[in-house]
Design a protein around this ligand. Structure first.
Ligand code: SAH
Ligand code: TMP
Ligand code: ZN
Length: 405
């Protein structure tokens, strides 16, 4: 039995995905023989209602100087973060000399909007290559992991923050109590925490099991986030659904009693109750749906193979590592994966070792079918790839269900 990362209650996995490689561990052939694997098991805590992983990968194995994910590879996300910054500036910062801190600031996709508005800010990003990309763009970034220890030092060096921001990072941090202690040390008494992550409600509803991988230690919902922060003297003050990353939730938190709680909070808690987010049988159903999705996807790809149709993957997302390894999809079924990120190109997908090729390869010779691993960017990608459709190409998607479009 494992213990819940939040409340220490004993928990048992509702689902095991089997052995998995590092989701962002794209690698050259000479590293195949030393490739690390771990057990990917997801559990739900009946006490505090947090969905989480039970086996964790050491953070230094995931976030380092060769981190493969650069935030600015999606134009849609750049637009999303521009709006995020606009909201923070207009509604959450004091007039006088505000100071904004962001963790997991990556290549500076959000912070650049504070820099250009001459607002005092600091990024905290442990993956050296993406932190350097931010630095090269003139974005103030310290390269380290945020936690209680670093928070005290940052507060002493830079002063206390009015706003503490995070996007797709809080759910990456299993030592979350240390982060919350850090926030407590770094945030001014009236300060606000605003963060967003893929939303558990969407994952369950859409069977988007590919959100489950090593980096995602938690699958948040209003219920569990509220419980976690309350333990540290904070209160969930607002929630705002976002349509990015297949359905995300933005959470606004402040010290208890310092901010009016929006009606959206009790409304979402009620909705989560109806959705069964707090009930074990919901996770059993999810597992059944995941297994059915795997069966259908593999069946479809085998049919393509028999019909001698070419299939290429589109976007070597971290999510794709779960799908490929869980379904056992290798280069025999998906010839290559096209991706625009230079650090991934020429390497192979973790575990199943499908070649990652530059986007030009896709453009120059369209496959018969493109398996959309970047389904969270579907609108942006399908718009960009109108010619692929015109040339007779078809999309294969698997969220919310397996289908050919
Ligand atoms: N915010 C960006 C990047 C998300 S990827 C976006 O939404 O696109 C997650 C990022 O969090 C990675 O760049 C990783 O290096 C960083 N990270 C992981 N653990 C962290 C920690 N303890 N403190 C700060 N950043 C962390
Ligand atoms: P994400 O789903 O974790 O945001 O990862 C996005 C990946 O998809 C990243 O490796 C870049 C790639 N990508 C493309 O190859 N083409 C595109 O048009 C987009 C939007 C992303
Ligand atoms: Zn718990």
């Amino acid at each position: 039995m494992s213990k819940c990362l939040i409340c220490k209650t004993e928990i048992a996995p509702f689902m095991s995905f089997g052995k998995m490689p590092i989701a962002n561990g794209f690698l050259p052939p000479e590293q195949f023989k030393d490739e690390p694997f771990f057990k990917l098991d997801a559990a739900f805590c009946d006490n505090c209602k947090m969905a989480q992983l039970t086996e964790l990968v050491d953070r230094d194995k995931m976030f380092h100087e060769n981190y493969a994910f650069y935030s600015s590879t999606s134009a849609g996300m750049a637009e999303h973060f521009k709006e995020f910054a606009k909201l923070v500036k207009s509604s959450y910062l004091p007039k006088k000399k505000p100071f904004v801190v962001e963790i997991g600031s990556n290549d500076g996709i959000l912070l650049r909007h504070f820099a250009s508005a001459a607002i005092n800010y600091l990024g905290i990003e442990p993956s050296a290559n993406v932190a350097k990309a931010a630095g090269d763009n003139g974005i103030n970034t310290v390269c380290e992991f945020f936690e209680e220890k670093s928070a005290a030092r940052i507060a002493a060096e830079h002063g206390k923050a009015d706003a503490f921001l995070g996007a797709n990072v809080m759910c990456h941090i299993p030592y979350i109590h240390s982060v919350l202690n850090g926030i407590d040390a770094l945030l001014k008494p009236e300060g606000v925490v605003i963060f967003e992550d893929p939303y558990l409600g969407d994952i369950l509803e859409k069977t988007s099991y590919d959100q489950i991988y090593d980096e995602h230690a938690f699958y948040f919902a209003a219920r569990s986030v509220s419980y976690l922060f309350e333990r540290h003297g904070f209160e969930l003050a607002d929630v705002m659904p976002q349509d990015v990353h297949g359905g995300s939730m933005r959470y606004v938190l402040a010290r208890k009693g310092t901010r009016k709680v929006s009606d959206a909070v009790p409304a979402l808690l009620k909705k989560e109750e109806a959705l069964g987010i707090g009930r074990p049988d919901t996770y059993e159903r999810f597992r059944t749906n995941v297994e059915a999705s795997r069966t259908e996807l593999v069946k479809l790809l085998k049919e393509m193979q028999q019909a001698k149709k070419s299939v290429a993957g589109y976007a070597a997302t971290s999510k794709s590592t779960t799908v490929l390894n869980y379904c056992g999809i290798g280069p025999d079924l998906v010839e290559y994966i096209s991706d625009t990120t230079p650090i991934k190109q020429g390497k192979y997908s973790p575990g199943m070792h499908i070649p990652i090729r530059p986007y030009d390869d896709f453009k120059e010779k369209y496959p018969d079918y493109a398996l959309l691993f970047g389904w969270n960017h579907a609108r942006e990608i399908m718009e960009k790839e109108r010619d692929f459709r015109r040339a007779g190409g078809k999309w294969i998607v698997y969220v919310p269900r397996v289908q050919v479009l």
